[in-house]
Design a protein around this ligand. Structure first.
Ligand code: COA
Length: 257
């Protein structure tokens, strides 16, 4: 794996942990860091030794406190759009990863940090975590997919409330709204993610990828059901379904890898 300036990477037991490493800046996502996250995720997806990915932030205070506000100064409309497009593309690749990606939210997940967490497939938060989209304080709105993913995660009313008030959700509130899967102590954050991923590692990787693609195909219309049909059908063309069904019939554990 490439050595990154703003990330720490650790690959162990099939899990690639990507740690945003700018703790003195609350792990704020400057352009370079967003680019590096994109590269690290791509490399992890292509790495045969990696089965899943955890994204977290260095230190006890922040997952990521948003895009780096200093980089907004003096941008015009086109430059603003280009910046958002670069971030949207990286976050979309995370969402579309066929390998599961968990956000281990260890503190503030604000602005782009909240958007990054929402691009991941699952979110586990430590008790001190806080979630928010405070961009309106700056005269801005979320631009890395947050307006869309927040509504999808917590609904239009609560999503718009968060965006318009710039308020913050505690980890507990975020869990009650379905934004977070589990809330644990800070010490248990990575172990809980690893525990979940070890369960997922025992399942068919092809089917996991298909489940992600089908879930990402959700539109609330017939279109989503069509995506499910396609992905369901594709499972029958994979080798893994043969192993899964044989193992069930032979009353043994499947060996997918
Ligand atoms: N962009 C750039 N720098 C940031 C940042 C961001 N989004 N968030 C924090 N930082 C920097 C601060 O400027 C400060 O740098 P300095 O030591 O050089 O002055 C450092 O990180 C520590 O932050 P500080 O504000 O002193 O910590 P705090 O504990 O008092 O407050 C937050 C923490 C997260 C509540 C506060 O930093 C904050 O509100 N950040 C901005 C959140 C935001 O609006 N995000 C959306 C951006 S679109």
């Amino acid at each position: 794996m490439t050595a990154f300036q703003n990330l720490k990477i650790n690959i162990e037991n099939g899990i690639c942990i990507i740690t945003i490493n700018r703790p003195d800046k609350m792990n704020a996502l400057n352009r370079e860091t967003v680019k590096e996250i994109g590269m690290a995720v791509e490399e992890a997806i292509d790495d045969k030794n990696v089965k899943s990915i955890i994204i977290t932030g260095e230190g006890p205070k922040a997952f990521a406190a948003g895009a780096d506000i200093k980089e907004f100064m003096g941008l015009n409309k086109e430059q603003g759009m280009a910046m958002a497009k670069a971030g949207q593309d990286v976050f979309q690749n995370i969402e579309n990863s066929s390998k599961p990606v968990i956000a281990a939210v260890n503190g503030f997940a604000l602005g782009g940090g909240c958007e990054l967490a929402m691009a991941c497939h699952l979110r586990i938060a430590s008790e001190n975590a806080k979630f928010g989209q405070p961009e309106v304080n700056l005269g801005l709105i979320p631009g890395y997919g947050g307006t869309q993913r927040l509504i999808r995660n917590i609904g239009r009313g609560k999503g718009l409330e968060l965006m318009m008030t710039a308020g913050m959700l505690t980890a507990q509130e975020a869990m009650e709204l379905g934004l977070v899967n589990y809330v644990v102590t800070q010490e248990m954050l990575i172990p809980r993610c690893v525990e979940l991923l070890n369960i997922i590692h025992g399942k068919s990787p092809f089917a996991i990828g298909a489940a992600i693609r089908a879930a990402n195909g959700y539109t609330g219309t017939q279109e989503g059901f069509e995506v499910e049909l396609t992905e369901f059908g594709k499972c029958f063309a994979s080798e893994e379904i043969k192993e899964g069904i044989s193992a069930f019939l032979e009353k043994r554990k499947p060996q997918f890898n």
